[in-house]
Ligand binder design. Sequence first.
Ligand SMILES: [Zn+2]
Length: 64
Amino acid sequence: MTYDRLVCANCAAPVSEGRCPVCRANRERLQQQESFLANLNPMALIALLAVLVAAVALLAHQTA
Ligand SMILES: [Zn+2]
């Protein structure tokens, strides 16, 4: 999700240009979300991988 193409509801200019306070608030919020997701994703992937490995190990144990 990128905010580059978002148009402000208040001033009808691209949010990324930050022409009005609404633009700047939206831009800041979206940037925080993007950095949050960027930090979260590697950890979420590792957690998902751990769950998968555990599930496969459990399944192998049950069928053996
Ligand atoms: Zn605006």
